[in-house]
Design a protein around this ligand. Structure first.
Ligand SMILES: NC(=O)c1ccc[n+]([C@@H]2O[C@H](COP(=O)([O-])OP(=O)(O)OC[C@H]3O[C@@H](n4cnc5c(N)ncnc54)[C@H](OP(=O)(O)O)[C@@H]3O)[C@@H](O)[C@H]2O)c1
Length: 222
């Protein structure tokens, strides 16, 4: 499959690009608002994978062009910019494509990190509202720490929760997630359940900060 990581120049984009490049044969395309930045990031990820012995080439384009090339389009951007990013990509998407959102609304104050959903109720719902009606939206990969993904020597051994109303699209993204060694995908319900899943993110950040040796932690359900 062709995977387009919009905003793939950032932390989770790098982690997903490296893991998909390392563990799978899917084509990875990096998107950015700036095509030069996308190209530079794609080159850096390709170099890293080549050094790891993987013969692959990741490419980079402006977000709209990356979306055009992708079948699975990831919104690897801060939560308050997901709707803008969908708007940029919308004309390039078809009903055969799937949008994936890993974003969670998190705010930080003097007491720490807290869940801060948008008025739609969750980022996944916000993306579903912004996306063309024919394009399914799946929330996934929220609870994966970018640092752990980026360290290709690190075993994952963690779960990711899938949210979405389109069962077929959810299965596709579940299979895609499990193409990454050590990642198990679990169905966590429909878009109406997205807030529960997204709210794990500030909890995980707090636990990682408060406990030694739990930096870049993940969760498993047992
Ligand atoms: N970091 C993690 O460990 C992690 C884990 C799971 C999920 N997530 C989620 O993934 C999303 C991205 O997180 P991140 O840590 O990768 O963020 P980030 O590094 O701060 O930003 C990612 C990319 O977003 C793009 N961006 C920034 N401002 C933008 C704007 N105004 N409009 C459109 N694009 C913009 C930038 O790409 P360009 O400048 O190249 O356009 C940037 O490289 C977040 O929603 C977060 O909740 C993060």
């Amino acid at each position: 499959m062709r995977l387009a990581l919009l905003g793939g120049t950032g932390d989770i984009g790098e982690g997903l690009a490296l893991r998909f490049g390392f563990h799978t044969n899917h084509d990875v395309v990096i998107g950015s608002r700036d095509p030069d930045k996308a190209h530079d990031a794609a080159e850096a990820y390709t170099d890293e994978l080549n050094e790891q012995g993987v013969d692959t080439k990741i490419t980079g384009f402006e977000n709209e062009m990356a979306a055009d090339r992708g079948e699975i389009v990831f919104l690897c951007v801060p939560p308050y910019h997901v709707a803008d990013t969908v708007a940029v990509a919308a004309d390039r998407l078809s009903s055969d494509d799937i949008i994936v959102t890993p974003a969670a609304g998190v705010k930080r104050d003097e007491d720490g990190f807290h869940y801060h959903p948008p008025s739609a109720g969750s980022v996944t719902a916000l993306v579903a509202d912004a996306a063309p009606d024919s394009v399914p939206v799946i929330g996934a990969f929220h609870n994966l720490a970018a640092g752990r993904l980026t360290n290709l020597d690190a075993d994952l051994g963690i779960d990711t929760l899938l949210i979405g109303d389109d069962t077929t699209a959810k299965e596709t993204i579940g299979d895609l997630a499990e193409d990454i060694d050590g990642l198990r995908a679990l169905d966590a319900g429909g878009v109406a359940n997205a807030a529960e899943v997204e709210s794990l993110t500030p909890l995980l950040i707090t636990v990682a900060q408060q406990n030694e040796d739990l930096h870049d932690l993940g969760v498993t359900f047992d």
